[in-house]
Ligand binder design. Structure first.
Ligand SMILES: Nc1nc2c(ncn2[C@@H]2O[C@H](COP(=O)(O)OP(=O)(O)OP(=O)(O)O)[C@@H](O)[C@H]2O)c(=O)[nH]1
Ligand SMILES: [Mg+2]
Ligand SMILES: [Zn+2]
Length: 256
């Protein structure tokens, strides 16, 4: 959007730029990369929320990276979480604003692009942004000593220029997110770990739910797909089903 400020106050919208991408939460248009920040501890990882963010960002056409921040507090856990989401097909790494681990990689991922940070309060989004941007000192605040949760320090979404080119939106933390309005048959597209197996399912339109001879469920049974990710996938399927679609009737054919 281009605005012209009027001398008497107020502004006129001169033009509205096309929206190439659009996220509902955080409400940011035209971002190319979603940087999804989770802490390994304080606050604890929130996998169901992370999976919702992954679905939203991919469905909106953004590239995604997952950063496991505060790796200094539990390096072993950071490595586990990285391995889990890497084997699911995502670009992910541990980070720490205390040791500096993962910060150069983040700077490289963001260079020359429009990025948006998203994650729960207190995970260190603003701290990471300060770490990648020399001279930037946005306010950060310790998590509550009692609840180990963030204190909603960042209150506004703001777009900042990066020193090496590119823009980044720091955003307020949040922890709940509705799924985008997908058909149940579209949800599987946002699970890269299903892709190698899906062609071997008996039903071409298999949702990897209750269908027989499902290669994804076979991969799950043999430990090649993470059970937590799969379980949340099924909960999301049920959620989408409830929102809009009537259940398919039995016997609707091989190409359902
Ligand atoms: N141990 C450790 N603490 C960190 C790290 N990164 C950030 N913190 C601390 O975590 C607390 C929260 O950091 P913020 O950057 O304010 O978190 P945020 O995600 O921006 O939080 P909101 O603005 O509320 O959404 C601060 O006390 C930081 O110093 C880290 O890598 N390791
Ligand atoms: Mg913040
Ligand atoms: Zn299947």
């Amino acid at each position: 959007m281009t605005l012209t400020l009027l001398p008497a106050g107020g502004a006129v919208v001169e033009s509205v730029c096309p929206r190439r991408t659009e996220l509902v939460r955080p409400p940011v248009a035209n971002a190319e990369l979603a940087v999804l920040v989770q802490a390994v501890r304080d606050p604890p990882p929130a996998p169901a929320f992370l999976d919702r963010l992954l679905i939203q960002a991919q469905a909106a056409g953004l590239a995604v990276v997952i950063v496991w921040n505060k790796a200094d507090l539990d390096p072993g856990r950071a490595a586990e979480l990285e391995a889990l989401y890497r084997s699911a097909g995502f670009d992910t790494w541990p980070a720490s604003t205390v040791t500096g681990e993962g910060v150069p990689g983040l700077a490289r991922a963001m260079a020359g692009r429009i990025s948006v940070f998203a994650g729960p309060s207190g995970t260190g989004k603003t701290s990471l942004l300060n770490a990648v941007t020399e001279g930037l000192t946005l306010a950060t605040r310790a998590v509550s000593a009692r609840s180990r949760r963030g204190r909603h320090t960042t209150r506004l979404t703001q777009l900042l220029p990066l020193p090496g080119g590119g823009l980044v939106a720091d955003t307020p933390g949040f922890t709940s997110l509705r799924l985008p309005p997908l058909k149940t048959g579209e949800l599987r597209d946002y699970y890269p770990e299903f892709a190698p197996f899906a062609p071997f399912c008996y039903f071409r339109g298999c949702r990897h739910d209750r269908e027989p001879s499902c290669a994804v469920k076979e991969a799950l049974a043999s430990g090649r797909i993470d059970p937590g990710r799969y379980e949340r996938y099924r909960l999301f399927l049920a959620e989408l089903d409830q929102v809009k679609e009537p259940r398919l009737k039995p016997g609707s054919g091989k190409d359902e």
